[in-house]
Write a protein that binds this ligand. Structure first.
Ligand code: MBD
Ligand code: FE
Length: 299
């Protein structure tokens, strides 16, 4: 089947690599891989060479998202499907694939203008134990569920849903949220594996391509430790600890050094075969620091 299997990696354009190095290791617990390139650092979360590339070219926004397919047969089939749907897609050179540490790479743009990549065959450094950037009680939840999820800017939710549908993701609107102006926000969530959602959109206009990246700890105590460190350093928390209705993850959202949000999470339930919608979260997620595109009430 020519469908993507996981959100495999992200590239982030940043302006301050040193603040990012400290944030990713000392707070989140990720491992730094520095190959001496000067303009970039890699963040490791498991056995992969990296899950996140930090590229110091100053945009402080998403640079690209990488969606994995199983192998070369699925890669070719998906590219043919995209071409048949009249979507512009470029198969990358071996050098470009090597830069991403994958065997095969193709580049396209989603309807929101977000640079999107399809790849197969990530470099997995199976010989190298994961060495967290701070002491950790457990690991990150990745594996077949990928890095985590993100909320992307999309002006046309229907166009975005059909684009990601073509890549093989499934989903629907999962919330009807009452806005103060009387309007209703209807965010759309999509999944391609057991992770309840890998991408979502439709929360209204956004300044950046990305509102947040969510990643998940296997142990509750790692979420608690991250939360203590974020509070001790007085980092802006946009949404306080709370539990979402759709993935039922316990999460909080705080500012990263690029001025958008990382959602730290634990305990997400797995994707269901059937769609549901909710009118609010289970508890918490109170609004705190404004101005991060999450000023909407989830309660
Ligand atoms: C999420 O992960 C999320 O970010 C929002 C806004 C709602 C439900 C689940
Ligand atoms: Fe989220």
């Amino acid at each position: 089947m020519s469908v993507v299997t996981e959100l495999g990696y992200l590239g982030l354009s940043v302006s301050n690599l040193d603040s990012w190095r400290a944030y990713a290791t000392e707070i989140a617990g990720m491992e730094i891989v520095d190959e001496g390139e000067g303009d970039r650092l890699y963040l490791r979360m498991d056995q992969w060479h990296h899950r996140i590339a930090l590229i110091a070219d100053g945009q402080d926004d998403l640079a690209y998202l990488g969606w994995r397919v199983a192998g070369p047969v699925e890669f070719t089939a998906l590219i043919e499907k995209l071409i048949a749907a009249r979507i512009a897609v470029t198969v990358s050179s071996d050098a470009e694939a090597g830069e991403r540490r994958v065997l095969g790479l193709a580049k396209l743009v989603d309807p929101g203008g977000n640079p999107t990549e399809i790849f197969y065959g990530p470099q997995v450094d199976a010989y190298k134990p994961f060495h967290p950037g701070r002491a950790m009680f457990g690991k990150f939840v990745t594996g077949s569920e990928g890095v985590g999820h993100c909320i992307l800017r999309q002006d046309d939710v229907e166009a975005a849903a059909s684009f990601y549908g073509l890549l093989g993701l499934r989903g629907s609107v999962e919330y009807h949220l009452q806005l103060p102006n009387g309007m209703v926000a209807s965010p759309y969530f999509m999944h391609c594996n057991e992770r309840q959602h890998s991408v979502a959109f439709g929360l209204g206009p956004m300044e950046k391509r990305i509102n947040h990246l969510m990643f998940e700890y296997a142990e509750l105590d790692d979420l608690g430790l991250a939360h203590d460190i974020v509070r001790a350093r007085q980092i802006d928390v946009a949404l306080q600890l709370g539990k979402h209705a759709n993935d039922q993850a316990l999460t909080f959202y705080c500012a990263n050094p690029s001025g958008w949000l990382w959602e730290f999470g634990w305990g997400a339930r797995k994707a269901s075969a059937q769609q549901e919608y909710y009118t609010r979260d289970i508890f918490g997620h109170g609004n705190e620091a404004p101005g991060y595109g999450m000023d909407i009430s989830l309660l």
